[in-house]
Each structure stands twice: as C-alpha cells, then as structure tokens.
Write a protein that binds this ligand. Structure first.
Ligand SMILES: [Zn+2]
Length: 254
C-alpha cells in the first residue's frame, strides 16, 4: 500500500534489514549484478516459440520480458524462511510457459537463483524493445494484516497493461486488490517499452504467504497474469489480433 519510491540510482545499496524494517516495505527495485537472460542465449526470438502454427496464436509476434524480481544475493522479502525471490521465480517460470503457449517470445531476466542488477534488467528492455515488460514481485510490510495484490507502472503506455493484469489477477485469483499505482520504480520508470510490476501478495500476511508457496495457487496467479496480458494485447487490435499478431502495440487510448 504505502510503498516507498526508489529512484533510478545505478545501484541501490539495499540490505534485507532495510527492506524489512521500512514501515511499508517495498523491495521491488533492489537487486545486484549479472544478467543471464533467456536460457536460449543470444537469439531468444526463435527457440521459445511453440512448434504448432505460431502465427495463429494470440501472442504470436509479441516479445515479452518476464522479470522474476530479486534473485541470488538479493532475497527480496523474507518471512518464516520463505524467500520472495523463490516465489517470484516460480511464478515467472510458470508465466513464461503460459505466454509461450500463446505464441509469445519470452525473455527471462533470470531463470535461476541468480543475481541480476536493476540496471541490467533495464538494459534488457533496451536491447530487446519488447512489446511488454512484466516484473513479478511479492510484497511485505510490517503489518501482518495487509494483504492483496497491486500493480505499478510509470509511463502512460504502461497504464493499460497494468490495469488489465491487475484486474485479471484480482478476479482470477479471488484476492482483493490494493489498486494500480504510478510509481518511479527503476524497472518501470523509463520509456523503453510498456512496463509493469505486479505484487502478487504479501509474504508478511499469513494467508497470502501460505497461498503463495503453493504450486496450485502459483499456477492460478500465472494464469491470471497471462490472461491479463492476453486481454491487453487483444485490446490493442481486437479485430486483427488473430490475423496478424505481429503488429507492435499502440499506445493505449487512455
Ligand atoms: Zn520485490
């Protein structure tokens, strides 16, 4: 809810303690070093595509970067031995599979427990100019009562995907939402591409924490995010989406 802002400094000198003791924690922008992109190395545009008639799939021609928040030395939030970075990665991998199944080319900022700096994540956006950048995080705060889902964006073209994914999440998962917010988080505070960050629940809330560690719930989260992505792209070219599927998204009308 009352998330703090983190500016786009080259390196945020984050520590876990800082994060946990902040009144309302925001760990969305901290992470150090390295960049293993998509496991398919330098040409991720081909090997992630499904084999069967990819051009007929709704996300054919779309390149999406899926960003599992934190990783490696940066655990993200921690509660009861549960590490945010692990949940983020689990969901990101599931989401990757679902988007690829819909025809998208998906690039991961990390596909294992590796440390990736925020700058390197943004550099991937600059490199691939994706149709959408989507960062997956799990929140935490000092209050154990706070729970629910949030979405963040900064530039105008990111509002629409943020709203589509947010609404799909709260309806698809049955969680309550804490709304869509415009914030200067490093991974969304740029004009490189439509870029959103979703907080899929609170590790500091016992119910959310239990849900988030379960594979079934993670699948529901990934399904809901993927549906929101589908809804977003369908909204850009509803009449031609199935036919062309290769057009770059236009700026949302609002
Ligand atoms: Zn985070």
């Amino acid at each position: 809810m009352l998330l703090l802002l983190f500016w786009s400094s080259p390196v945020w000198p984050e520590t876990i303690d800082q994060r946990r003791e902040t009144p309302t924690v925001n760990e969305e922008t901290q992470a150090p070093v390295a960049v293993p992109a998509d496991g398919n190395a330098t040409t991720p545009n081909t090997s992630n595509k499904p084999d069967c008639a990819p051009s007929a799939l709704p996300l054919a021609g779309k390149t999406i970067i899926v960003d599992a928040g934190h990783g490696g030395k940066d655990t993200g939030a921690v509660r009861d031995g549960i590490l945010e970075k692990d949940i983020n990665l689990d969901v990101a991998l599931k989401l990757r599979d679902k988007l690829v199944a819909q025809g998208a080319t998906v690039i991961l900022t990390r596909e294992a427990d590796t440390t990736v700096s925020l700058d390197d994540r943004v550099a991937l956006i600059a490199k691939y100019a994706p149709d959408l950048f989507l960062s997956v995080h799990t929140n935490a705060t000092t209050s154990t009562q706070v729970d629910g889902i949030e979405a963040f964006y900064f530039n105008d073209k990111s509002l629409a995907p943020a709203e589509f994914v947010y609404h799909s999440l709260i309806t698809g998962v049955g969680e309550h939402g804490n709304f869509v917010h415009q914030r200067m988080l490093v991974v969304v505070h740029h004009e490189l591409a439509p870029a959103i960050l979703v907080e899929i629940g609170y590790l500091s809330n016992a119910t959310d924490r239990k849900n988030l560690t379960g594979g079934v719930y993670q699948e529901k989260i990934a399904d809901a995010i993927a549906q929101g992505v589908l809804d977003y792209f369908a909204s850009l070219a509803p009449a031609t989406n199935q036919k062309t599927g290769s057009e770059k998204p236009q700026s949302p009308s609002q």
